[in-house]
Write a protein that binds this ligand. Structure first.
Ligand code: KIV
Length: 271
């Protein structure tokens, strides 16, 4: 069902309407102009300029090293391509934790310099002050709970979160705190489907899942995973729609062969 397909511009209010109407929200990451243009043209509802750019665009092992300047550069390229989708930008590690003034300054820089529509930040009660301060400037905030990759060195591994009762209870409380603080939506990453469904039922704002089952209000994937560009990463929750790594490799090998054999360019491919 896609009753909001004709919407010219997706806003946080439209996402709320989608939840109320039972229409699932589609969200994907993008980091550059060309890919964002394709996703927007395809009708994606939300584009996340994720700090996963640290991994898939910059080759880092974790999301921690990406800088504010880098994420703003990615976001500006995405924004120039997008006509319909809501564009949300991750605040990178070190630019909001433990200091709400820094959080506000980071969010303002993202909004002013990239012209994005909203920011996302990881964490629950511990980042409440930062969220409140960002909201006070009129900037919409998306939360992120469960597996929060910026805390990977605290977790130690990327395994499923909140499987135990105590952690599940804290996550549910945090979801309520994010809603009460004024977040317009929350991402739940890699938690049991049953728990994610409870959160989506208890919380009135849209809950977007990644590895959180189908009982939430929408789904997000890292686009490089969905397209099969990242070939080593294959968690259970990932559905690959293409095998672009091999397809691109085949195309480049064919090109190299054509150049070496002098098949390219032919008579019709020159002036
Ligand atoms: O940075 C990112 O890509 C994300 C998604 C996994 C939700 O935060």
């Amino acid at each position: 069902m896609s009753v909001h397909k004709e919407v010219k511009k997706v806003t946080t209010h439209i996402l709320q309407e989608m939840k109320c109407d039972g229409e699932k929200i589609s969200m994907l990451t993008a980091y550059d102009f060309s890919m964002a243009r394709i996703y927007d043209d395809a009708g994606i509802d939300v584009i996340l300029v994720g700090d996963s750019a640290a991994n898939v665009m910059h080759g880092h092992e974790t999301t921690l090293p990406i800088t504010l300047n880098q994420i703003i550069d990615h976001a500006s390229s995405v924004i120039r391509a997008v006509k319909r989708a809501l564009v949300v930008v991750d605040i990178p590690f070190g630019f909001f934790q433990g200091n709400s003034k820094t959080a506000l300054e980071s969010a303002i820089r993202i909004m002013k310099e990239s012209e994005a529509h909203a920011v996302k930040l990881e964490g629950g009660r511990q980042v409440k002050d930062s969220i409140e301060r960002i909201l006070s400037a009129g900037i919409p905030v998306m939360g992120h709970l469960g597996l929060t990759p910026q805390s990977i060195y605290q977790f130690g591994t990327y395994v499923v979160r909140a499987k135990e009762k105590e952690e599940a209870k804290i996550l549910l409380e945090d979801a309520h705190i994010l809603e009460d603080t004024g977040c317009f939506s929350v991402v739940l990453e890699k938690i049991p489907a049953k728990l994610a469904n409870i959160v989506a039922n208890e919380i009135s704002i849209p809950i977007i899942g990644i590895g959180a089952g189908g009982g939430v209000d929408g789904q997000v994937l890292v686009s490089h995973d969905l397209l099969g560009i990242t070939k080593e990463f294959s968690p259970r929750f990932l559905r690959r729609y293409l095998n672009l790594y091999e397809e691109i490799k085949d195309a480049v090998e064919a090109y190299i062969g054509d150049v070496k054999s002098e098949d390219f360019p032919n008579k019709n491919e020159q002036y």
